[in-house]
Ligand binder design. Structure first.
Ligand code: ACO
Length: 429
């Protein structure tokens, strides 16, 4: 295969190397382009830009393939747990029994937030969105462990990673309790990761929350399916911040902020709000589908479409199946699930969605599972953030440990005013 691409600029030919990934994706390496030609590339929304080389997650959006460190998401969803997958992403391998015990013990040892951090929660108004609390508190965590932040030792990184992974769910649960005026519930060392989160969310000082095994498994699956997704908006943000050599907690806090938006992680909340609105209005979904196709309406079918998947999101398939199973097990009938299924059926047979290759994404059914578990809607994106933490940590590590990492600093094409004189305040019109 020819391993260069030829670029003709005003009759001058420039050769650019072609790079091939382990799954045979090809890229043109333009790192010397500006130096050689004075030109830069313009790629609005980065749809054609590979921002890094990464060994963590592979997606083929045309075929609907997602693999963490080479292992298909379907297999991990069926056979593994969130904690094992976190180990896979961060450490590069599925843990053996001894490694799993060591990693789980480290999570348990680091699960309680510094007692003084509790005072920070007091400063937030009760109506504060938990994503705002989560990003602030993750950043604040770094203040309590300054010694570890300056360390370059591998063992210290693992402790930091475990602390972040473990404490994010403690912070999330405390934020929820605070928003409801409920007392904070401390983590319980005997519980595993997801059961412990449910305990901190729903137990009371006078009564322990008794989570059904299916509920724990369903939430663990949601965490696992969200654990990484290559260079999405929030992960790219984490890598961007990490490239400036900011610490792990600051980088993850930035990831939470990027995730919050309704076009990204905030979509799971937006889907449920959309389904509830449709239900309230008495629409069977057809009016909403018509509005979503009309650009002037400002509406989109939330939970549909994806920058990378031009096929069914493999996570959506898994979640839809689990959603049906969980509701049947809990003997729950949810009218919003019926509306979601009708919307999906209508959309996948509608030329507007078919031509644009818009299929359900991970957020389309996840909200219905969370609703069945009793997780309030404003916590949906927080759940996504807890799940995405291993991916952010793994990506942070890749940036941090790569000695060739340069600070991420894109260019731009300036379209503003050209040079003009300064006008003093008295003469300005
Ligand atoms: N409903 C209606 N039309 C849509 C939708 C949708 N959900 N998504 C895309 N389109 C249309 C666009 O209007 C555009 O139409 P046009 O070609 O006639 O102008 C075309 O499909 C392409 O859409 P873009 O916005 O250019 O696609 P992009 O890759 O930039 O956006 C995104 C992807 C943000 C996910 C988009 O599909 C969307 O807004 N979906 C709804 C929000 C959502 O579910 N987000 C979660 C994504 S998954 C995640 O982050 C975990």
């Amino acid at each position: 295969m020819n391993n260069t691409a030829k670029l003709n600029i005003n009759g001058q030919i420039h050769e650019l190397p072609i790079v091939e990934g382990s799954e045979h994706e090809k890229a043109i390496d333009i790192s010397s382009l500006r130096n050689k030609t004075g030109y830069i590339t313009l790629d609005d929304g980065y749809g054609n830009t590979g921002s890094c080389r990464s060994e963590i997650t592979f997606i083929d959006g045309e075929k609907g393939i997602l693999r963490y460190r080479g292992i298909p998401i379907e297999e991990l969803a069926e056979k593994s747990t969130f904690v094992e997958v976190a180990h896979l992403l961060i450490m590069g391998k599925l843990p053996n029994q001894e490694e799993l015990k060591r990693f789980s013990d480290l999570l348990t040892k680091n699960e309680t937030i510094h007692e003084d951090m509790k005072f920070h929660f007091e400063g937030f108004p009760s109506h504060a969105h938990p994503m705002a609390i989560l990003s602030s508190m993750i950043n604040a965590t770094s203040c309590f462990y300054p010694e570890i932040l300056s360390s370059e030792r591998q063992e210290d990184f693992v402790v930091q990673a475990a602390r972040l992974l473990s404490q994010v769910r403690t912070i999330a649960a405390f934020a929820y309790r605070k928003s409801r005026g409920l007392p904070a519930i401390y983590p319980k060392p005997s519980y595993k990761y997801t059961a412990n989160f449910l305990h901190m969310m729903f137990s009371n000082p006078y009564q322990e929350f008794d989570a059904e095994p299916e509920v724990i498994k369903a939430l663990d699956l949601i965490f696992l399916l969200h654990a990484d997704h290559e260079q999405n908006c929030s992960t790219a943000t984490v890598r961007m911040v990490a490239s400036s050599k900011a610490n792990l907690f600051a980088s993850a806090a930035a990831g939470v902020c990027a995730l919050w938006g309704p076009l990204h992680g905030g979509a799971n909340q937006a889907v449920l709000e959309m389904l509830a609105d449709i239900h309230r209005s008495g629409d069977d979904g057809s009016k909403f589908i018509a509005a979503a196709k009309d650009k002037k309406s400002g509406k989109r079918l939330m939970g549909f479409g994806h920058r990378v998947y031009k096929n069914y999101d493999p996570r959506a398939k898994i979640i839809k199946k689990r959603c049906d199973q969980l509701l049947a097990k809990l003997k729950r009938v949810d009218p919003l699930l019926d509306i979601a299924k009708k919307l999906e059926e209508a959309a996948i047979n509608d030329p507007y969605f078919v031509e644009r290759k818009l299929y359900p994404n991970v957020d389309f059914y996840s909200g219905i599972i969370m609703r069945a578990i009793g997780i309030p809607i404003e916590m949906f994106t927080v759940i996504f953030a807890i799940g995405r933490m291993p991916g952010w940590i793994a990506n942070y590590r890749e940036v941090h440990e790569n000695l060739e990492t340069r600070i991420y600093r894109p260019r731009q094409i300036y379209t503003g005013l050209t040079q003009r004189p300064y006008v003093s305040v008295k003469e300005r019109v």
